[in-house]
Design a protein around this ligand. Structure first.
Ligand code: GLA
Length: 434
């Protein structure tokens, strides 16, 4: 199918109702504490809404968005990534039906979509429903027997901010469909089905990082993933450091076509290098020294793209070594260099991301700052000492506004657990569906 002109992220957070208490927004008082439904009440609210719409009881599920600490644009090159799931979720309530229909209502888009499991095909370009329908399509194609399900969705992952709102809906829907249909849940397979849905049904050639961490994230941990073998390791984050996500408020609308172009440039690099480096299958197999040695074979732009990927893989390994050695400060230069490489070699940054990173990097208590996600807008990730977080938020917001005229949103979010069924009536997330 033709690629959409941009990746339509899934959901606009309906902040008045489902604003998360852990997400701090310093400039928008409408999003502050009054009227907030706490996490404990969220599944209850969703169930009430479900009953009002579909007339039955339901089960509640959620899957998180993510922030990537380091390892950008390496996943589709079979490389390494170090993301963490975050406490922004796609929530959904689901109940079985007696027919073979999926009836899906989005509270964010205030729209209901109906489709038969026997004739799933993409809606018009960039339609939000392509994500849940694509997941059902991928599961059925993969031999999973699904039953008809009614679904109510409420997403709180910011739209178009590079925090993987689309992976969150894919994973939440896949989890719910499998569980509702009595299938066992294999989280690796789940992530792969979601990636296929996005690649083949939605039409965005994304890697597997976002779906994988939305399935496998763990509270207080980042996740080192080998995107070739899908082996992963949880890496404990130091408790005195907070993950602070700064939203430039520039939506990554250019992202999809440029993303696919970058992928094609990496593939071109591999095709050329194959002639001199026998047996390589992806940039993952190329060292920085080998790339440098064969530089003259490559078009200069392709060389720069490849240099970003091969050096970024090294930075991911360095970051994990540093975290495991308890030397979190060593992440600073690695994150700085990652941003520089994404800006200059991979050319996926933008002036707002550069400004945000520069401002953040100059604040006291900041260990490291860089753009996160696909780029062309969206967010930066900042590792900030806990004691410095309040001043960081104030200063960055003021300086960013002065420099760009845009009011940023700044979120402080712990690393979160991956997709879950949620026990209703408490805030406890349970794994009984596994
Ligand atoms: C997007 C994609 C991921 C990954 C990042 C860049 O988030 O969905 O697969 O490629 O961009 O690291």
């Amino acid at each position: 199918m033709p690629l959409p002109s941009r990746r339509e992220p899934f959901c606009e957070p309906s902040r008045k109702v489902f604003r998360h208490h852990n997400i701090l927004n310093i400039f928008n008082s409408a999003q502050s504490e009054s009227g907030i439904i706490r996490r404990v009440e969220k599944p209850l609210q969703l169930l009430e809404d479900f009953r009002a719409r579909f007339g039955t009881a339901a089960s509640v599920y959620r899957a998180p968005g993510r922030v990537n600490l380091i390892g950008e644009h390496t996943d589709y090159n079979d490389g390494f990534v170090l993301p963490a799931a975050i406490e922004f979720y796609c929530w959904l309530a689901a109940a079985p039906r007696s027919d073979r229909k999926l009836v899906i209502h989005s509270e964010n888009f205030k729209e209901t979509v109906e489709a038969s499991l026997d004739s799933l095909c993409p809606d018009s370009k960039n339609h939000w429903a392509n994500y849940p329908l694509g997941v059902a399509w991928a599961l059925e194609r993969g031999g999973k027997q699904l039953r008809g399900v009614s679904i109510l969705i409420n997403g709180e992952v910011p739209l178009g901010a590079g925090l993987s709102s689309s992976a969150a809906i894919e994973v939440a829907v896949a989890f719910a469909l499998l569980h509702q249909s009595g299938n066992a849940i294999d989280r690796i397979e789940l992530a792969q089905f979601c990636q296929s849905a996005e690649n083949e049904f939605v039409g965005a050639r994304v890697g597997i990082m976002d779906q994988f961490v939305s399935c496998h994230g763990r509270a207080s941990h980042a996740l080192l993933l080998d995107c070739r073998s899908l082996e992963f390791k949880l890496v404990k984050l130091p408790s005195r450091i907070q993950l602070v996500v700064c939203n430039t408020m520039v939506k990554h609308e250019l992202g999809s076509s440029e993303y696919n172009t970058r992928r094609a440039e990496c593939e071109e690099g591999v095709r050329t290098l194959c002639a001199v480096l026998q047996g390589i299958r992806a940039l993952r197999d190329v060292t920085p020294a080998q790339l440098e040695k064969h530089r003259r074979l490559l078009d200069s732009k392709v060389f720069s793209r490849c240099r970003h990927v091969v050096t970024e893989n090294e930075r991911v390994k360095g970051a994990v070594r540093a975290l495991e050695a308890g030397d979190v400060r060593a992440l600073g230069p690695l994150m700085r260099e990652s941003h520089r490489s994404l800006r200059d070699d991979y050319e996926v940054s933008c002036k707002e991301l550069d400004a945000m990173t520069e401002i953040a990097g100059a604040q006291p208590g900041v260990i490291g700052a860089r753009m996160t996600g696909g780029g062309f807008g969206g967010c930066t990730i900042n590792l900030v000492e806990s004691a410095a977080v309040d001043a960081f938020r104030q200063n960055v917001a003021v300086e960013y506004l002065a420099r760009t005229g845009l009011r940023p949103e700044i979120y402080v979010t712990p690393a979160a657990d991956g997709a879950r069924q949620v026990e209703v009536g408490s805030s406890k997330a349970v794994t009984e569906a596994e």
